[in-house]
Design a binder for this molecule. Structure first.
Ligand SMILES: Nc1ncnc2c1ncn2[C@@H]1O[C@H](COP(=O)(O)OP(=O)(O)O)[C@@H](O)[C@H]1O
Ligand SMILES: [Mg+2]
Length: 328
């Protein structure tokens, strides 16, 4: 069964000058994770806002849990959780106090709210910090608390808008662990991200969006195959260039491209690590010394370049440019 269905959503801003959603369609199978992957300005937040009833589309249809988001937003809100790049928390209160407060907003009794707060803080590895004021929390802890708050009523469908943007690598890993736990519990998840590796790690299926349109969908393996998968890049000394290319092509059965200017040989491979090891062994017996070597995975930029023919540029709206610039 489909938990989320969006059909031909159109949303424009500034009297049609900005087409944030341009006939966007997607769906999420119950109990799975859909990653919505796209650069800044692609329409990710607009999609999430429409599906979570915060914004009406100009046209198109959407249902969540079989309920129409436009005709019956109240009923949709009762079965969804939304966690975004904002925190509606009280900075001076502790994490525990905040969650108890949210619980009461959702009409839980005082004892139910307290029990749920304790449970969620443990689930998101915040138990130790439970009674510290939020203003002492790291970015990662804040995000986890924000996520915990969206889970108070045990939503059937959870929307996460760029859950790790701005987090340091450690915060990102912790958030990934938390999201994986939710997925294992069977929560239906739609998460947006700018990072292919994040969609790769967390999502069962991925839709790639650009300029309000779906430009590709599939599993991460299918997307990477479209982009050409992994490749090995090796830099050798000038006198070894021809010989090295020969060895690389023989070992990987791939067709190498050579950039003579920087003496770099690049070849697509299927089993990256194995191929790299095999190449190094052969280099060793052929007496070739690699000056630099790398196994490259396709990045979001590679996916974009391959699918759209243009790089994924960060887009900053004209009248929001100042604000965004100031925040950095
Ligand atoms: N309130 C708004 N007013 C005008 N333009 C907007 C507004 N919100 C979003 N947009 C524009 O709509 C497009 C999609 O934005 P958004 O959904 O926020 O993308 P993303 O979340 O992928 O970065 C962008 O071009 C953005 O500038
Ligand atoms: Mg956004």
């Amino acid at each position: 069964m489909k938990s989320v269905v969006a059909e031909n959503l159109v949303k424009t801003y500034r009297k049609g000058a900005v087409r944030a959603l341009d006939n966007l369609s997607l769906d999420v199978e119950e109990g799975t994770v859909l990653g919505v992957l796209g650069p800044n300005g692609a329409g990710k937040t607009t999609t999430v806002r429409v599906l979570s009833t915060l914004l009406e589309p100009d046209s198109g249809h959407a249902t969540v849990g079989g309920i129409d988001v436009i005709k019956n937003p109240k009923a949709v809100r009762q079965i969804i959780g939304l966690s975004g790049q904002y925190a509606a928390v009280d900075e001076t209160l502790s994490g525990w106090d905040n969650l108890v407060m949210f619980g009461q907003l959702y009409h839980l009794s005082a004892s139910q709210a307290k029990a749920r707060a304790t449970e969620l803080l443990a689930q998101f590895t915040l138990a130790e910090a439970a009674h510290r004021p939020i203003k002492t929390f790291s970015g990662g802890m804040r995000r986890r608390l924000d996520l915990a708050a969206s889970l108070i009523i045990r939503p059937k469908v959870l929307f996460l808008d760029e859950p790790t943007t701005g987090l340091d690598p450690r915060g990102r890993m912790e958030m990934w662990g938390v999201i994986e736990g939710l997925a294992r519990e069977g929560v239906t998840l739609l998460l947006t991200t700018q990072y292919l590796e994040e969609a790769d790690q967390l999502a069962d299926d991925i839709v790639v969006i650009d300029q309000g349109k779906v430009i590709a969908r599939g599993t991460s393996d299918q997307l990477k195959d479209q982009v050409g998968g992994e490749r090995i890049e090796i830099v050798v000394a000038q006198e070894n260039l021809v010989k090295a290319q020969e060895v690389i092509e023989r070992v990987t059965h791939g067709r190498a491209t050579v950039d003579p200017g920087i003496r770099r040989i690049s070849v697509p491979v299927l089993d990256g690590t194995q191929s790299l090891i095999a190449v190094i062994r052969e280099f060793d017996s052929a007496g070739i010394h690699a000056l630099d070597l790398a196994l490259k995975r396709p990045s979001l930029d590679d996916v974009f370049l391959s699918l759209t023919g243009h790089v994924a540029e960060a887009e900053i709206p004209v009248d929001e440019g100042k604000k965004k610039g100031a925040r950095k």
